[in-house]
Design a protein around this ligand. Structure first.
Ligand code: DON
Length: 567
């Protein structure tokens, strides 16, 4: 036995003994809502119900998408929006796949250094609070473009229940009461006049949105022009400019949602279809899953030392690549085939060892020759015809820029913060960016959103996604693995405690008090820094799983007011 083998054996024995044993009795599985035909899972029951009712009326998943997305703008102003943007991945019942990008864009007057002072330092709050933080909104263009291509019901009949909801009002939940209270000081800071959310709303109060209803009526009548031109556009541009912003009528008129080819890859017997740039979700998810595929996670077990190590090390390497290579594909060349190539990823993991943590300072982006040539919301829908969509939409931070256009009845995003204001300077999610994600007029800022659809043996298997800023990708990852590797139900997979690593800062974030102290100690001993403070909640995943008997199981995250509705 060579000295090397002997030492490796010693290491192996030492570290396999450190694996904490879970003596707790396994809990019986918890199943989410089961339905036979169709389902919508979203952040609010009102939105899921409106979407499900559209399906009941004979609409398809795309009709239901329009209804659900706009209903979230009414019922979930924290992230649901008319003033933001998003991404959607679909799979039709014929097996056709595709994706749409309705991400916000930098205004025409944007400049690379617009968030820096004369010394080149990032100006605090400028990219997050108030009118300069706002990107040109994409949501209305997104849903209407989807409807144009795939919709079957007339747009006014889809919008009718949404408009009714806005007039009738939405009941404040306990979680919403707390959120509104928490952000009120920032509402006051961002807005010149008082806004409806300044009031001391209490649980079970009803908030009515008559102005938003009027804005939605203009969309129902005039389609895209009801938002990007005419009265709404005029009011919006005046409002933004009056608050010191730079968005013009031309910005709104020029906005278009874009069809994109999704990122497709395999993991064991799964075919995973996820969002392509300018969302980093699909590429990062592919990188992480390809890096971990050779390891026997099923054997290691859920949230055990070895599983956490493998996931953490793959995440570290993928996020390092993300920060260097990814940006808006209309502006930068992204070497996607290489980034998700099995050989490249094997090479990236070559220096990983179970014996100790890799230091992020020792990891950079992989070297690839380029050949010239943090509040969001997710919903999943499967219809009675077998079409599936997975959509994530956002204002970026909670209530976006906090700037609320009272006349139109909605918040405006602060998506400009998703650009890299300065190379190496972290954004609000601690993400570091480089030239690929620098600001330019009409460029889309890099996103972490990861709406994902999965096939198994050629059939629809899952629709899944989540909010959570930089933790979106790793939350989607863990949910998929929980079902596939650890045999959990969809609901248990969504409920399970989550952790996250993003290269920098070099720490594993964990949901507090949900991980065994001995496990944390074992990770510390291997050189991993654990942070249980930064993220009280990691992700808020919603998903639908197609069970063997073809019924649908919803997974609605217990972390929010999320609800599955179907029939
Ligand atoms: O596009 C992104 O990656 C971010 N704007 C998402 C923000 C988010 O998920 C906030 N939610 N907690």
């Amino acid at each position: 036995m060579s000295r090397y083998i002997f030492l490796s054996l010693l290491f192996f024995i030492a570290f396999s003994c450190k694996e904490p044993i879970n003596h707790a009795k396994p809990k019986p599985p918890v199943r989410g809502l089961i339905t036979e035909h169709a389902m919508v899972v979203s952040a609010r029951e009102e939105a899921s119900k409106i979407g499900s009712d559209i399906l009941k009326k004979g609409g398809n998943a795309f009709d239901a998408m329009v209804a659900t997305e706009l209903a979230l703008a009414v019922a979930y102003p924290y992230a649901g929006n008319l003033g933001g943007g998003g991404f959607m991945v679909y799979r039709t019942n014929q097996g056709d796949i595709g994706a749409i990008d309705y991400r916000e864009k930098a205004p025409l007057a944007a400049t690379k250094n617009m968030f820096l002072d004369s010394l080149g330092n990032v100006i605090p709050d400028k990219s997050t609070l108030g009118a300069m933080a706002v990107g040109v909104p994409g949501t209305v263009a997104g849903v209407l473009t989807v409807h144009e291509k795939f919709g079957t019901l007339p747009i006014d009949s889809i919008l009718k229940p949404v408009i009714d909801l806005a007039y009738k009002g939405v009941i404040v939940t306990n979680k919403q009461e707390k959120r509104i209270k928490k952000y009120q000081p920032l509402f006051i800071k961002a807005n010149k006049d008082s806004i409806p959310f300044d009031k001391a709303w209490k649980t079970n109060d009803t908030i009515k949105y008559p102005k938003l209803a009027k804005t939605l009526e203009r969309i129902a009548i005039h389609g895209k022009d009801g938002f990007y031109k005419g009265e709404t556009a005029e009011t919006l541009v005046n409002f933004i400019q009056d608050n010191g912003g730079i968005i013009t009528k031309e910005d709104l008129e020029k906005y278009e949602a874009k069809w994109r080819a999704p990122i497709v890859f395999t993991y064991d017997d799964l075919k995973i279809i996820s969002m392509s740039p300018p969302a980093s979700g699909g590429v990062c998810l592919a990188q992480i899953m390809k890096m971990i595929e050779p390891f026997d996670l099923h054997k290691y077990g859920h949230n055990t030392l070895k599983t956490i190590q493998v996931l953490t090390e793959a995440e570290r390497r993928a996020y390092a690549d993300r920060s260097f290579y990814l940006g808006d594909p209309d502006f930068v060349d992204i070497p996607i085939p290489t980034l998700i190539d099995t050989n490249y990823l094997e090479e990236r993991m070559r220096d990983f060892s179970f014996a100790k943590a890799t230091k992020s300072s020792e990891i950079s982006h992989g070297s690839i020759e380029i050949v010239e040539s943090d509040e969001t919301t997710h919903y999943s829908i499967i219809d009675q015809f077998g079409n599936a969509i997975s959509a994530t939409t956002t204002l970026n931070g909670a209530y976006g820029s906090k700037l609320y256009c009272t006349e139109l009845g909605f918040f405006l995003n602060n998506e400009m913060d998703d650009f890299s204001s300065k190379p190496g300077a972290p954004n609000m999610f601690g993400l570091i960016g480089a030239e690929a994600n620098s600001i330019a007029p009409e460029k889309r800022m890099l996103s972490s959103m990861t709406p994902t659809i999965i096939e198994k043996n050629g059939s629809l298997y899952m629709s899944v996604g989540t909010p959570g800023g930089s933790t979106i990708i790793t939350s989607v990852l863990q949910t998929i693995l929980n079902v596939h590797e650890f045999n959990m139900t969809m609901q248990d997979a969504v409920n399970a405690p989550r952790f996250h690593h993003q290269w920098l800062p070099d720490e594993i974030r964990m949901e507090p008090n949900l991980f065994d102290k001995k496990l944390i100690k074992a990770l510390n001993d291997l050189g991993y820094i654990i942070n249980e403070e930064r993220s009280p909640v990691i992700g808020k995943v919603d998903g639908i799983l197609v069970l063997e008997d073809k019924t649908l199981e919803g997974g609605a995250d217990r972390r929010g007011d999320d609800t599955a509705v179907g029939f």
